[in-house]
Design a protein around this ligand. Structure first.
Ligand SMILES: Nc1ncnc2c1ncn2[C@@H]1O[C@H](COP(=O)(O)OP(=O)(O)OP(=O)(O)O)[C@@H](O)[C@H]1O
Length: 348
């Protein structure tokens, strides 16, 4: 099993190489095609329409939310709705202020600059970006040492779309320079069903409503995962069934790939099982739990736990990791307190 966050898990939020290859084809191109995120869509629609009517460049937009929720897709939609070209880069790719200066100075009027992982930009680049966002200017430093001079270079107005998984990590001066901030939420199952239907149409696979619901329910609130599971179920349907996807085919396929009804995979279940079966539901320390499942501490903490916590299956307490009643129920086990007829940690 991969210990790398972003490794080969079917339920990982980060894009793998196959995702990258097919995602372009599955991306909604217009705001009207973008599923879910109702509030963000309405607000963005107003921002873009108003800018278009004024004949102005749209305000800078900050998109925050987990990987795979559609930030890159939305940035492309913003450009398309504004009839503007888009340039895509990321914080880690901009290590020196000079890297940013050369991108900024080559932007066309109205162009959208998508800066993914904006919280991972270097400090000097970040400071250059403040001025560029506010005054549409960069100061190009010519020469070195005491003789260096800053030559101001005017930039055409552009729209910066910044994306981050952690809005809280952005320095306030940077956050304040965005005219509009959108927080992207995890998707509801019904929205993911629509994503599955839409993608199935584009991939030319037949999927019925129960099949789509089965895939959506296991997709951890994330369109990227829904699309990935759909592709794996399609493989199964092609080899083991008649090619079309119903509830039973989807369910059997995802059993083969060890993604359960709630979207937990083998690692998630191993952590829960150890916590319940070996430690009576906890509290148990992270290191002990990691040894019990034969994984690194970081893998358990960063890869498995966030989803288990979000699902209300595991709690991190000062005394250690504790399973919730929902965890016992999910694995079909009975909590020991209940077995002994006493109230448990959660009063169960
Ligand atoms: N609202 C949506 N409706 C339909 N498809 C969506 C939606 N949001 C995302 N997708 C699909 O999910 C995939 C991942 O989306 P995208 O690359 O935009 O995510 P992201 O948030 O930018 O992820 P990352 O932060 O890892 O770059 C794309 O293929 C896209 O088609």
């Amino acid at each position: 099993m991969s210990a790398e966050p972003g490794g080969e898990r079917l339920v990982d939020h980060e894009a793998d190489s196959e995702d990258r290859a097919v995602e372009a084809a599955l991306r909604p191109r217009q705001l009207g095609e973008f599923i879910g995120q109702e509030r963000v869509r309405q607000q963005l629609d107003l921002v873009l329409r108003a800018a278009r009517e004024r004949g102005a460049t749209a305000d800078h937009v900050l998109l925050s939310g987990a990987p795979g929720l559609g930030k890159t897709t939305l940035s492309m939609i913003i450009a398309a709705e504004m009839g503007a070209p888009i340039r895509i880069t990321s914080g880690p790719a901009i290590q020196h202020a000079g890297d940013l200066a050369s991108i900024l100075s080559s932007l066309q009027e109205g162009e959208v600059l998508f800066l993914d992982e904006i919280h991972r930009m270097s400090r000097p680049a970040e400071e250059m970006l403040y001025i560029a966002m506010e005054d549409f200017r960069v100061d190009v430093i010519v020469g070195k040492g005491p003789g260096a001079t800053a030559i101001p270079l005017e930039l055409p107005p552009f729209t910066l779309v910044g994306a981050t998984t952690r809005a809280g990590l952005l320095p306030p001066p940077l956050r304040d320079r965005f005219g509009f901030t959108a927080h992207m939420e995890f998707y509801a199952p019904a929205e993911l069903e629509r994503v599955v239907h839409r993608s199935a149409g584009l991939l030319d696979v037949e999927v019925d409503p129960a099949g789509a619901a089965e895939i959506a329910g296991r997709s951890r609130g994330t369109p990227r995962i829904a699309n990935r599971l759909l592709r794996r179920v399609r493989d199964y349907a092609q080899i083991k069934a008649d090619g079309s996807i119903g509830q039973e085919t989807a369910s059997r396929a995802l059993e083969v790939y060890e993604v359960d009804q709630r979207g937990l995979d083998r690692l998630d279940r191993a952590v829960l099982e150890a916590l319940l079966k070996l430690f009576g539901g906890g509290p148990v320390g992270l290191s002990t739990l990691a040894v019990a499942v034969g994984e690194e501490r970081e893998t358990v903490e960063e890869v498995a736990e966030p989803f288990l916590v979000r699902e209300g299956l595991l709690a991190r307490t000062p005394r250690g990791r504790v399973a919730t009643p929902a965890a016992w129920a999910h694995l079909g086990l009975t909590p020991p307190a209940q077995q002994a007829g006493q109230p448990g940690l959660f009063g169960g």
